[in-house]
Design a protein around this ligand. Sequence first.
Ligand code: HEM
Length: 131
Amino acid sequence: MENYQLTLQSIHLFAVVVVCIVIAARALTLFKGTQGHLPNPAGRKLFVALQHASMTVLVLTGIVLLYLKNFEVQSWFYAKLILFAVLLSSLSKAYRKTDTVFLTQRRAGLFLAAVAMLGIIGLVMIKPNFG
Ligand code: HEM
């Protein structure tokens, strides 16, 4: 059981690293070779695939880890989940397919996603005790 948990945590962490790399690499498509209000189309399919796959692995391993912990979480964990929702929604805004989203709004979405990610990393490192 212990070993199992360690393996899952490693996969969880690996997915975090992949997510961070993909977010950073894809961020460039909002700055270089943009087409009107749309991001640079180069590598779009690969970015979408990697982002979806790594986020899915992150969520699935997270859920199994929760189960192994019998869902006994500290209060900061709820903040982590809220920030994760912020992360997903701001990334989906940043890369929405339609050109109704201005480039400035996309970059704002990317910025918010980065803040949410740093917030999550801060939370899991510090594990603050709220009240
Ligand atoms: C970008 C998003 C995420 C990041 C950066 C992240 C990061 C981390 C890190 C660094 C750890 C190891 C902490 C430690 O053992 O000290 C961890 C553990 C864990 N994560 Fe995540 N995680 C993310 C998303 C999620 C999601 C979406 C879930 C739930 C669905 C989740 C559930 C868990 C659980 C249950 C643990 C185990 C904690 C423990 O064993 O004490 N994580 N996460």
